[in-house]
Design a protein around this ligand. Structure first.
Ligand SMILES: [Zn+2]
Ligand SMILES: [Zn+2]
Length: 259
């Protein structure tokens, strides 16, 4: 069965009640396949052994082969009066609810095996397993990098210069985040322990937030005059060429875009 999760389910784990169409034990015959009050009969062909032997002539002499009996399908017994509910199969199709606890840290493509939650075997045989195939829907803000979560924070130019405290909505709920005065575009702010709990382990990863400083694109003439005054006072250095920085932040953005 396919199970679709969101990123919150991956962080905290999830519970699902799954409706499964499956074979369950026939209650009329309790899996035996016989009409109530009747019983199976020993197979006439194999005399109860479940297999038949055949002698085949070959170049090296007579060879005895053994094969499952075709009359009783290897059970050694036949059902003279099949159960009307299951036509002698011992199982019927039914919709069943399976309660599943999905652990934190799963990812798309992972298969979870639930032993014994599959179909009941023919003639009341043991249950098979149920496999869950996990799909994690992309989140509109957070993406995953191993056990860490990544996001980008747009910060106004003035907040980047002066510093501020802002409240962000993490998957754990609101978190106060302090931006120091002079934070740079590309800086990574790490919130420890707000990432994903690994599938095997209990130490949660981190939430890493890349700062993106937003330069204002429209200024009225008063704002423009203020910025010009600021530029004159600070005697900001003119643009200067430096080595290309394939920094953490560039990688962060790439991962963010590629999901
Ligand atoms: Zn039955
Ligand atoms: Zn037989």
């Amino acid at each position: 069965m396919r199970v679709t999760l969101d990123l919150g389910d991956v962080v905290f784990g999830a519970h699902r009640d799954l409706e499964v169409d499956t074979a369950v034990l026939c209650e009329t015959c309790e899996g035996g396949g016989c009409q109530p009050g009747t019983g199976p009969a020993t197979c006439d062909i194999c005399h109860g052994s479940g297999h038949v032997q055949r002698t085949v002539r070959s170049l090296i002499g007579n060879v005895v082969t053994s094969a499952p009996c075709g009359t009783c399908q290897g059970y050694g017994t036949t059902i003279p009066y099949p159960c009307a509910t299951c036509q002698g199969q011992g199982r019927v199709r039914a919709r069943r609810t399976v309660s599943v606890d999905i652990p934190a840290g799963v990812e798309t493509g992972l298969r979870l095996q639930l032993p014994g939650s599959g179909e009941v075997g023919p003639a009341g045989g043991p249950h098979g397993d149920l496999y869950l195939e996990i799909t994690v829907e992309p989140h509109e803000v957070f993406s995953r990098d191993g056990d860490d979560l990544l996001a980008t924070l747009d910060v106004s130019m003035s907040d980047a210069i002066l510093g501020t405290t802002t409240r962000i909505d993490s998957l754990d709920g609101p978190v106060d985040l302090e931006l120091r005065a002079g934070v740079q575009g590309g800086d990574i702010l790490t919130i420890k322990g707000r990432g994903i709990t690994p599938l095997r382990g209990s130490q949660r990863g981190d939430l890493r937030i890349g700062v993106h400083v937003v330069t204002p694109t429209r200024l009225d003439h008063k704002e423009r005059a203020l910025i010009e005054e600021f530029a004159t006072r600070t005697k900001a250095p003119s643009p200067k060429l430096a080595e290309f920085q394939q920094g953490l932040f560039a990688k962060l953005r790439d991962r963010f875009r590629n999901g």
